[in-house]
Design a protein around this ligand. Structure first.
Ligand SMILES: Cc1cc2nc3c(=O)[nH]c(=O)nc-3n(C[C@H](O)[C@H](O)[C@H](O)COP(=O)(O)OP(=O)(O)OC[C@H]3O[C@@H](n4cnc5c(N)ncnc54)[C@H](O)[C@@H]3O)c2cc1C
Ligand code: SF4
Length: 594
């Protein structure tokens, strides 16, 4: 498979690009794709390196082929879940290790993605406890994302009208559904149609197969009026004729290995799915190692004139010029950039006349779930269950037709069962010798588990701001967090644990453990809000086309603009919204309205 050479272009500092895109993950990659396909000259600035991602992921490598069975070197450390709750950020402060990574590097620390995520020593943050997972390289977090690709519905876009909390989105499902279709067809998504109004179907390619324990749970849930569906994976299972950088899923399951990724690119990632095809148009200039630290402003017009960026390696600063600027540095980083871009015209940061930049943060809560045993499967022949890009998803069932007396909104579950490369039960099974091995083999594959993802309400008082003292390695002020789960989240978490148990018991699955503990804020890696869209410039930062109310040629095209989190994973929505906004921007630029 052809991959472009490991080089990036020189930025023409004299040229005024039609658009400067900041960040190359889901939002930035999509912006580059759509704008270049409109014939626009686009400069894409990415803070991280252009890694040889296949070399990083090495998904065909067996554990015994690795000197430490996949662990990172001893001078490196991955934060454990506990560390986020017993210590305060910056979490790498005082650490004896040379490099410190977020929890996503898998407890003991995975060697396979450590260059993809940031070293917490270089990228500190302060304030309340928060598990912030960041990827700094071409493609950002899409190189290692979990692939669950879900649509939102009017139950989400109009949630405020339904239950009175917060604000409605300024769009309805009919506005975004054609763009979800475009994303489905361009990138590929696997799944099974269920015709649910609250979890709309995509234009699916072949679905992953459920295994016997999952089918049993699905059938039992159907009787309860709930839906378990095969994992809706942002993975091409049938292949994509229009994209030579990607092939169809071989079902090797490596995308789930520790923090995994797909080095044959059946799973969507922004470089192969969006950026390499955009480079082929000849309209894209890609500059990696370029950390944008300010959106510059034309004092005469009040418009964005471009950006200033720091070469990540040399520390040298440059200024690039653009007719429009699109921020896609990820939810919290885009907010940070807006707050950093202070000028006499915009003393509170660019696009922040409302004072809402950094506020109305929302995300998903994680932790509660259930683990059980399907006794009927004990001793049955083993099946190849980890050779799938995902297992199953249980759709939201709370606060749809009924009204739960204890909490607002809803939650879904991600789960899986069956045989993996290493049997879950090997460490907990007592004994030794051949009897021990037989027990492990007999039970391997008979376990099933699922964990909830619940909607965290967007509240103004959950916010980030610039820390007045602490700076990152490049001398740029870092974010200070003020984010805490509230009462609604705690009550929802209790219900998640109870309903998870109830569903397993109803299906005849023996419950082995129920987890009731909420993981630290941030754990879901679905950070949203901080520059929300809306019709009222006093209460929102951007309009329905993600255009700043204050600065018409400034767009924010990542999860920052979510008005509420819903309980569905955000990436497919980030990309559909971005596609819609970029189509609009291209039109508006042509008409001279921007
Ligand atoms: C392990 C894991 C599992 C996940 N599972 C799922 C899932 O199942 N489903 C789902 O929907 N989502 C999932 N996500 C979340 C998903 O990856 C994100 O929603 C998505 O990548 C967000 O896209 P983005 O463009 O906003 O940010 P990113 O993908 O993070 O990209 C932002 C880019 O901007 C760059 N950048 C940051 N600051 C600057 C700057 N100042 N200048 C220039 N560039 C900058 C970064 O280096 C990065 O490359 C998961 C994430 C992880 C890590
Ligand atoms: S299971 Fe499919 S998507 Fe996952 S790593 Fe293998 S080929 Fe890629």
């Amino acid at each position: 498979m052809f991959l472009p050479a490991d080089k990036t272009d020189e930025v023409d500092l004299k040229k005024t690009y039609d658009a400067i895109v900041v960040g190359s993950g889901a939002g930035g990659g999509m912006a580059a794709h759509v704008l270049t396909s409109h014939g626009m000259q686009v400069l894409l600035l990415e803070a991280g390196k252009k890694l040889n991602i296949n070399k990083e992921l090495r998904s065909m490598e067996w554990p015994y082929d690795h000197p430490r069975r996949g662990d990172m070197p001893p001078d490196s450390h991955a934060l454990s879940g506990r560390e986020y709750t017993i210590r305060q950020p910056p979490y790498a402060n005082g650490s004896p290790y040379k490099h410190v990574y977020s929890y996503v590097e898998d407890g003991t620390g995975s060697d396979y993605a450590k260059d993809i995520v940031v070293d917490e020593k270089d990228h500190p943050y302060t304030g309340t406890q928060y598990a912030w997972v960041r990827a700094r390289c071409l493609g950002g977090k899409t190189n290692i994302w979990g692939r669950l690709a879900l649509r939102l519905s009017d139950y989400d876009f109009k949630a405020a009208s339904r239950d009175g909390f917060g604000e409605d989105w300024p769009i309805s499902y009919t506005d975004i559904s054609p763009y979800y279709d475009k994303v489905d067809l361009y990138l590929g998504i696997s799944g099974h149609k269920e015709n649910l109004p609250y979890l709309p179907d995509s234009l699916f390619q072949r679905a992953v197969r459920l295994n016997p324990a999952e089918v049993k749970l699905r059938e039992s849930l159907t009787k309860m009026g709930r839906v378990l569906t095969p994992y809706r994976a942002g993975v091409t299972t049938d292949g994509l004729k229009h994209n030579k950088y990607r092939v169809h899923c071989y079902g090797r399951g490596a995308c789930d290995r520790r923090v995994g990724g797909c080095d044959i690119h059946a799973a969507f990632d922004s470089p192969t799915g969006l950026i390499y095809p955009a480079l082929e148009t000849g309209n894209l200039t890609l500059r990696t190692n370029a950390t944008v630290n300010e959106v510059t402003v034309d004092k005469n017009t009040g418009k964005a004139s471009g950006v200033s960026f720091i070469d990540t390696d040399t520390g040298k600063t440059y200024t690039a010029r653009g007719r429009s600027v699109l921020l896609a540095a990820s939810t919290l980083e885009s907010a940070r950039l807006m707050l950093l871009s202070k000028s006499s015209l915009y003393p509170n940061g660019i696009g922040n006349s409302s004072g809402h930049v950094g506020h109305n943060f929302c995300e998903h809560l994680m932790g509660p779930g259930v683990y059980g045993l399907d006794k009927e499967l004990v001793g049955k022949p083993r099946t190849l269950d980890d050779g799938r890009p995902g297992s199953f998803y249980v759709a939201r069932f709370r606060n749809l037709q009924d009204r739960n007396p204890k909490f607002l909104r809803g939650y879904g579950f991600e789960g899986g069962s069956g045989t993996g490369m290493f049997p879950d039960n090997a460490r907990s099974t007592p004994g030794f010798g051949s009897a021990y091995k037989k027990t492990v083999r007999d039970y391997a594959g008979a376990f099933i588990g699922m964990g909830g993802f619940g909607e965290v309400l967007p509240r103004y008082e959950n916010y980030v701001e610039l820390d007045p003292e602490v700076k990152d390695r490049w001398g740029v002020p870092v974010l200070r967090f003020h984010i805490k789960f509230g009462d609604n989240e705690k009550k929802m978490a209790e219900d998640m644990a109870d309903s998870a148990r109830e569903m397993f018991e109803a299906a005849g699955i023996q419950v082995l453990s129920v987890n009731r503990e909420i993981l630290t804020e941030g754990y879901s890696i679905h950070e949203l809000g901080t520059a929300r869209m809306g019709t009222d410039p006093k209460k929102s930062v951007v309009n329905q086309f993600q255009q700043s109310h204050d600065v018409k040629n400034l767009l924010v095209v990542d999860g920052s603009t979510h008005v509420s989190a819903s309980c569905q994973n955000p990436t497919w929505t980030i990309m559909a919204l971005c596609w819609r906004s970029c189509d609009n921007l291209a039109e508006e630029l042509k008409r001279g309205n921007v």
